[in-house]
Design a protein around this ligand. Structure first.
Ligand SMILES: C[S@@+](CC[C@H](N)C(=O)[O-])C[C@H]1O[C@@H](n2cnc3c(N)ncnc32)[C@H](O)[C@@H]1O
Length: 256
C-alpha cells in the first residue's frame, strides 16, 4: 500500500522541524513540492533547503508540480465555490502525483507550511482523493510549529490570558466584526490590514511578518499608534519582496 506523510515543517525557520518530522523525511522515497508561482518561490527554496539539510545523501526523488491558480477576485457568495473549485483542481494534481509518481510500496510526502491542521487544505484534499476511490493509500500527519506559535514565541507572550479563550480567525472574518465573547484574537490570511478598523479601541497588537526567516519583522504596542507603523513596514516589505506573509494577535485591554 502506498504511504503518504503530511509533514508540518514549521513557519519559516528550518530549526523548527521536529525530530518526528526529520524521522518522517528520512523514511520518504518521493517528495511532492507544489510551486505556487514566482512570488512564492522563496517558500519552495526553503523546502529544498530543509531536504538538503536533513537528507544530504539525496537518496530521494523530488517531484515538482504547479499549484492551480485560485480565483482570488471571488468575494461574498462566490468565495466558497471558488475555494471548492480550487481544492478540486488541487485534488486532481495530487491524485495524479500519487498514482503516477509513487510505486505501490513506496512512501511519499507533502511538506506543509507550519502545522497541517491550521488553515491548510492538504488533509481535506487527501480525503477527497480517497473518497474518489481511484487510488488507495494510507497517510499520517506530523504536526508542525504553526505561525501562530512562532508569533507569540517571538513576542514572548502567551496566546490566551488566564482561564480565557482565544480565537484564531481570518482577515476576511475580522472584517465582519470583532468576534463575540473573546478578547484575544489571532488573525491570519489578512491581505487588507483589517486591524486598522479597530484602531479606536483599547487593543494591543502583536504583529509579525516572515516570522522565523531572515526577513522577519516584528512590531507590537497599542493598536492606535502601532497600526500606522505596521502599514509602513508592510508596504516597504511588499515592495522589496513582492509578497508578504503576516499574522497578528489582537489583545483587548481589560475594561474598567
Ligand atoms: C494558508 S495559511 C497557512 C498556515 C500554516 N499552516 C501555519 O500553521 O502557520 C497562510 C497564513 O499563515 C500565516 N503565516 C504563515 N507563515 C508565516 C510566517 N512565517 N510569518 C507570518 N505569518 C505566517 C499568514 O497569516 C499567512 O497568510
Amino acid at each position: 500500500m502506498r504511504k503518504i506523510h503530511v509533514i508540518g515543517i514549521g513557519a519559516g525557520d528550518p530549526d523548527q522541524l521536529t525530530l518526528q518530522a526529520v524521522k518522517a523525511l528520512r523514511s520518504t522515497d518521493v517528495f511532492f513540492i507544489l510551486d505556487k508561482g514566482e512570488v512564492k518561490s522563496d517558500l519552495v527554496r526553503l523546502r529544498r533547503d530543509i531536504l538538503d539539510a536533513h537528507l544530504p545523501d539525496r537518496a530521494y526523488r523530488l517531484v515538482e508540480a504547479r499549484d492551480p491558480e485560485r480565483d482570488r477576485a471571488a468575494g461574498g457568495a462566490g468565495y466558497s465555490p471558488a475555494v471548492g473549485d480550487w481544492r478540486s483542481a488541487r485534488a486532481d494534481i495530487y491524485e495524479r502525483l500519487i498514482a503516477e509518481e509513487l510505486g505501490e510500496d513506496q512512501s511519499g510526502a507533502f511538506l506543509v507550511w507550519g502545522d497541517p491542521a491550521l488553515y491548510d487544505s492538504t488533509l481535506g484534499i487527501l480525503e477527497e482523493i480517497l473518497d474518489r476511490g481511484a487510488v488507495a493509500f494510507d497517510y499520517d500527519v506530523v504536526p508542525g510549529i504553526s505561525s501562530v506559535s512562532a508569533l507569540v514565541a517571538r513576542h514572548r507572550t502567551g496566546l490566551n490570558r488566564v482561564a480565557r479563550p482565544v480565537q484564531i480567525t481570518t482577515g476576511r472574518r475580522l472584517a465582519e466584526g470583532f468576534p463575540e465573547g473573546v478578547d484575544d484574537v489571532v488573525v491570519m490570511l489578512d491581505a487588507h490590514q483589517i486591524f486598522q478598523k479597530y484602531a479606536d479601541q483599547d487593543i494591543d497588537i502583536y504583529w509579525g511578518a516572515y516570522i522565523g526567516t531572515p526577513d522577519e519583522i516584528l512590531a507590537s504596542g497599542p493598536l492606535a499608534e502601532t497600526a500606522p507603523r505596521i502599514a509602513e513596514l508592510r508596504a516597504e516589505a511588499r515592495e522589496r519582496k513582492g509578497w508578504i506573509m503576516d499574522t497578528y494577535l489582537l489583545r483587548r485591554r481589560p475594561r474598567g
